[in-house]
Every structure is written in C-alpha cells, then in structure tokens.
Design a binder for this molecule. Sequence first.
Ligand SMILES: C[S@@+](CC[C@H](N)C(=O)[O-])C[C@H]1O[C@@H](n2cnc3c(N)ncnc32)[C@H](O)[C@@H]1O
Length: 298
Amino acid sequence: MPVATLLRRATRALQRARLHYGHGTDNARDDAAALVWHALRLPDRPGAARLRRGASSGQQARLRALLERRIVGRVPVVYLTHRCWFAGMEMYVDERVLIPRSPLAELIERGFAPWIAAARVRRVADLGTGSGCLAIACARAFPRARVDALDISADALAVARLNIRRHRLARRVRALESDHFSALGREAYDIIVSNPPYVGRAELAALPPEYRHEPALALAAGRDGLDSVRAILRDAVRFLRPGGILVVEVGNSEALVRRRFARLPFTWLDFTRGGGGVFLLTREQLVAAQRSAQRARG
Ligand SMILES: C[S@@+](CC[C@H](N)C(=O)[O-])C[C@H]1O[C@@H](n2cnc3c(N)ncnc32)[C@H](O)[C@@H]1O
C-alpha cells in the first residue's frame, strides 16, 4: 500500500476517534504523519516520490500497533515517537517527563529581550526542568552562561541529563535534584525561569486521558494548583542577583495568581506564537514587596 494512502487512512482513523490534542500537535493529520514517519522510519518531510512508494507488511503492522496505542491507550504521539522539537532543538522525551510545549520557548529564543541585557547573563536556573528543554534552550541563547537545571524527580533528571549530553552542553548545564531551591547554597542567578506544576485538584480530575500519561508531579500542585508558585514567590528573591528576573509560567492559573498575589506588580508577557499565563518580576520588585509586607505586619 502506498505511504500516501496509509497516511490518509491513519488521519481518518484518528479523526473518528475524537482524541485530545495539545501535546505538541493540534490536529489528526500531524499526529498521523508523525506516526507514519516513525513506523516507516522515514525522515520528517519525505518527498512526493517516497509517498508514492509502498510500505512493507512489517511497517504496516508497526503503524497499526502505534495507532492502537494512540486511539485506545490515548497515549500522546510524542510518547510513542520519543522525540519533539523545542525552541528549534530536538528533545528526547518519555513518560518520565512532561511533553515540552511551553510558550517560554519564544521568550528564550529572543534572549528574554527586552527584559534583561543578554551580555550580562552569566547564571540561569530552570526550576522544574523536566526534559531539560528550558535549561538547554537557555544555554543555547546565552553561550557564556552556566545553567542549573533543577527538579525534584530523579526520573525526570535522568531524561534531562540525556538531553544535556545530546546537545553537548554538559560543561555548562548541571542537572540537580532539588525540592524547589533546597539544594542551592549561596548561588545567585541573573534569570530564574520556571514552568512549575500548576494544576489544581478539581481541574486535574477533569483533564482528558492523554494527561494521565504525564507524570503527576509535573502537573499537580495541591488543592488550588498554586503550591509550587507560592514556594517560588516566597524564596526566589534570595537566589536572584541585583537586576535579575524571575519568569514563571502559570498557564490558566493566571486569574487565580492575580487574585491571590494582588500586591505583586506582575508583568504578564505576550507571545506572538500563542500561549500565555507567564509572569515576570524583577528582584527589586520582589524585595520591595517583601518590605511592604513586613511593614504591614508591623
Ligand atoms: C510542568 S513540568 C515542566 C517541565 C519542563 N520545564 C517543561 O517546561 O516542559 C514541572 C516540573 O517540575 C517538577 N517539580 C514538581 N515539584 C517540584 C519541586 N517541589 N521542586 C522541583 N521541581 C519540581 C516536576 O518533576 C516537573 O518535571
């Protein structure tokens, strides 16, 4: 059977199954293409001539098995192919880590402009690194910086280390097991970036089955989803250099964060490629907020 026909049939099968998208792809055609290329071990953009050629029965059987895991098991495609792209870089991904999809990629690609002068950036921390995608993208964006990739999950750190090695960044990116900032001593950073868990209990229970394949640790953050954000807002200031910035993704918890931390002068960032729910605070803003809270307590 020609590859083009396999692709059409796979797309229709996925469309009929009414799956949830949002783990790196947003439609059945892209999911089908990723699975067909993977099953047939084809490059990402096979030419028209290759699409007209046939697929062996072994290749077709491999594709059927993958489609069954996507449709019946509701496994996101990236966990089947084990690869995805983030900030223009290929990442290895499996079920030990969240599938990279943060809008922060866009901000990192432009060197956090206009919020910090790229030339001054020497130290970056990525809190809750998962696959290491943000840490690795930061190391690429700031070639003179050293990056700490922190995570509480030893499993996630194993994946992060693999990606760090693949991108030949082991000399500048260090993966550290840490409950938020607990493993840090007197380190101080120009940038602390984080995509922490931010899903509340009720919202977690209502997520489509695809999300159950992601580590609970990567999504769940207590009853209201803000356990991690609270810890970051409490402690980040101690680990920022003067002029340093804290950038945190909180996704659709943005409204709740605005309400719960009404005194903090957040800047909410815009993204041209979509996504949102990312705030920025400077060290000086955090210091001022702490002082005014102390004064208010008397
Ligand atoms: C939403 S995932 C983000 C992964 C990756 N940075 C990304 O953007 O794809 C959150 C990560 O935070 C980690 N995490 C959860 N609680 C943590 C804690 N208390 N301290 C450090 N990391 C934590 C999880 O293991 C997970 O890897």
